[in-house]
Design a protein around this ligand. Structure first.
Ligand SMILES: C[S@@+](CC[C@H](N)C(=O)[O-])C[C@H]1O[C@@H](n2cnc3c(N)ncnc32)[C@H](O)[C@@H]1O
Length: 312
């Protein structure tokens, strides 16, 4: 379970794996999958056969062995990892944008958050954890099957008590009137967000914040025009993330003199001669190379934030 909330609304951190739990089987950062633990099942991969019964009772984070001595790690299904393993039914938001959204929307436990569209539920999963244990996320998508799949995912990840998925055309009908003036924040990931902005404004509490995610700048321009009527502090961001590979390797002198790619850094490990004890640096000492990873994600979209002005 991603987040166990007991009946008294306390979050419990049960760090041991039980029968029926969801675990993230980690081979490498780019090779993980979600598996439901079932006492009589096995997991088979290139490292051999792993019996689920060996996993039960072990703490999350454990390294477990196959029949051939191969290993994987069993990680807790956090929203961060879920975002990397979920089935993509749509484009999704990734960690860099998600963390920025949660911070800038000032989402804390107890908040009521409205979202549309639900899509693959990548953002919703993090919103749910951020509002737990007493808040709630109401998320809407007009695509019936996507809503059904999202509900199934929230059941699997143990978040269903924190999220309600509704089927509704938010651009056409707006959010339901029941939420008028009750939302702490509203998040839109819609093709024509400007159509939903007037309704979002009605749903927000005084001082509430809206965020709209759009891949194209033309969508942003149109949304900002609409926002100016009832919102203040309208700001747009693009979150660009650069990952680095940091590796240690031995380099010959001639190699060390070669130029390194832009953005790369290297630093020679200071190593003293063990034999002579003369304090000289060894020329072929291990070098720590750091260079931008080719996996870095570029443009995903623009995030526009705005705060409601309530004219009293
Ligand atoms: C890009 S996806 C959202 C992805 C989501 N933010 C995530 O992180 O997984 C956009 C979703 O908006 C939904 N959508 C498009 N127009 C809509 C509308 N008028 N009302 C409600 N949902 C809509 C689509 O069905 C789609 O699932």
């Amino acid at each position: 379970m991603m987040l166990a909330v007991d009946p008294s609304k306390k979050i419990s951190f049960n760090r041991c794996i039980g029968d029926g739990d969801l675990v993230i089987v980690y081979e490498r950062h780019d090779n993980m999958k979600a598996v439901k633990v079932c006492e009589n099942s096995v997991l088979q991969n290139r490292f051999g056969v792993f019996k689920h019964s060996d996993w039960i009772g072990k703490p999350f984070g454990s390294k477990v062995l196959s029949n051939k001595g191969g290993f994987v790690y069993l990680l807790a299904p956090t929203p961060e990892l879920w975002t990397l393993v979920l089935s993509h039914r749509t484009q999704i938001l990734y960690i860099a944008d998600i963390s920025f959204v949660i911070m800038y929307l000032e989402i804390v436990p107890g908040c009521l958050v409205l979202e549309s569209g639900t899509g693959s539920g990548s953002l919703t999963t993090s919103l749910a954890r951020a509002v737990a244990p007493t808040g709630h996320v109401y998320t809407f998508d007009f695509h019936e099957q996507r809503a059904v799949s999202a509900r199934e995912d929230f059941e699997r990840t143990g978040l269903s008590s924190l999220v309600t998925v509704g089927v509704r055309d938010i651009q056409g009908e707006g959010f339901p009137d029941d939420f008028c003036g009750k939302a702490d924040s509203v998040f839109l990931d819609l093709p024509q967000p400007w159509l939903a902005i007037p309704s979002a404004g009605k749903m927000l509490k005084q001082d509430g914040i809206l965020c709209s995610f759009s891949p194209c700048i033309e969508q942003v321009q149109r949304s900002c025009e609409t926002l100016r009527a009832n919102f203040t502090d309208v700001r747009t961001f693009e979150v660009l993330l650069r990952m680095y590979e940091v590796r240690e390797g031995k380099m010959e002198n001639s190699q060390a003199e070669e130029s390194v790619p832009t953005g790369s850094h290297r630093c020679k490990r200071r190593q003293r001669s063990s034999e002579g004890g003369n304090g000289m640096e060894i020329s072929s000492s291990p070098t720590v190379m750091a260079r931008p990873s080719s996996e870095s994600r570029g443009h995903t979209g623009y995030l526009t934030f705005a705060r409601l002005i309530r004219l009293s």
